[in-house]
Design a protein around this ligand. Structure first.
Ligand code: TYM
Length: 344
């Protein structure tokens, strides 16, 4: 294999960050930077596929960068930047728009969910969203992408786009002397106990940035200790005690969600948590969970607030990260132009 292990992942500045983003993504980014070359992006160009007030877009971009840093990402080890500073993302996405098929995009469940019955009126960018995502990843020939479960289908499409590009341009790739598998088959890394954190008010709905239904459904990364504790205390549960084995959570979505959150926050497995709390009711479990969540999240919220209050430090980190990302992106893009037949 010609590819060295390289990690890429991104978060979209389209709302306040929440516990799902932390446990499904950010927390998992941190240990990877010790063993791999890691690139972590704030995907602001994806955010504008639906309308964003420019002031909000800016604020949320800083918030994600602050969350990365507060969680322990080290800008000396990892490349941290925002997508729009590296124009090659848009350029490669255009090439991929011409490789991917309409039918592939139309099958994306996230597009169908977001467009709903209104598909004639959503932006063209929203339809082409997965093509830009493939460009994010393949511009760096990333081999592994840590994400939550909801991104799985987009990553499958990324593999399809890579394979079709490699195939369509096979003769040109060979003629130019590049490796036959020009773009890698990137692996999604969807692991750990909390790849799909659910709403605290409804265990069948995903916790999301745009949950307008209730503020109590979502723990935001900027929440203070009181808000975190209150939301956990008020979280929907059932009257049964916790089971001793994971199987006992099968038809209990709210209980399963809280146990998964506990496990992910404590770096334990669901089985470990149930071994400790099986047989106990939520009267005992919720205060333990609240204490754990506050101890992990509240200090990060404090650090995030400090960083966003004076974003000069973040500006410097994003600019430096963008310079390093661009250096890698330029190499790929020069080769892609050459393969496609663009004259320079
Ligand atoms: P976004 O911004 O919606 O979410 C960022 C990350 O958080 C994960 N996530 C969750 N994990 C567990 N439980 C939840 N309830 C939950 N909600 C969100 C997501 O799976 C994701 O890992 N399309 C992407 C952004 C993107 C990207 C990329 C990701 C653009 N280009 C390239 C990876 C690689 C998105 O909108 O994520």
């Amino acid at each position: 294999m010609p590819f060295t292990n390289r990690i890429f992942s991104g978060i979209k500045p389209s709302g306040d960050l929440h516990l799902g983003n932390y446990l499904g993504a950010i927390k998992r980014f941190v240990p990877l930077q010790d063993d791999f070359e890691c690139i972590y992006c704030v995907v602001d160009m994806h955010a504008i596929t639906v309308w964003q007030d420019p002031a909000d877009l800016r604020r949320w971009t800083y918030e994600i960068a602050a969350a990365y840093l507060a969680a322990g990402l080290d800008p000396k080890k990892s490349i941290i930047f925002n997508q729009s500073q590296v124009a090659e993302h848009a350029e490669l996405a255009w090439v991929f728009n011409c490789v991917a098929r309409m039918g592939w995009m139309a099958r994306m469940t996230q597009f169908k969910d977001k467009a709903g019955k209104n598909s004639e009126n959503v932006s063209l960018g929203l339809f082409a969203y997965p093509s830009l995502m493939a460009a994010d990843i393949l511009l760096y020939k990333a081999t592994h992408v840590p994400v939550g479960e909801d991104q799985k289908q987009h990553l499958e499409l990324t593999r399809d786009i890579a394979a079709k590009f490699n195939n369509d341009f096979g003769p040109a790739i060979a003629a130019k002397g590049y490796e036959e598998e020009y773009f890698p088959q990137t692996e999604p890394v969807i692991a750990g106990p909390a790849t799909r954190v659910m709403s605290l008010r409804d265990g069948t709905r995903k916790m999301s940035k745009s949950d307008a239904a209730s503020d109590m459904a979502t723990i935001y990364l900027m929440d203070d200790a009181d808000a975190i504790a209150k939301k956990i205390k008020k979280a929907k549960t059932d009257p049964e005690p916790l089971p001793s084995e994971a199987q006992g959570l099968d038809a209990r979505p709210e209980a399963a969600n809280l146990v998964s959150i506990f496990a992910a926050l404590a770096d334990k497995s669901v089985d470990d948590v149930l071994a400790e709390y099986g047989g106990q009711g939520f009267g005992a479990f919720k205060p333990a969970l609240a204490e754990l969540a506050v101890s992990v999240l509240a200090p990060q919220a404090t650090e995030m607030r400090r960083l966003v209050a004076d974003p000069g430090e973040i500006d410097t980190i994003l600019r430096d990260g963008a310079d390093r990302a661009r250096a890698l992106a330029e190499t790929t893009m020069a080769e892609v132009r050459d393969i496609v037949g663009f004259v320079r």
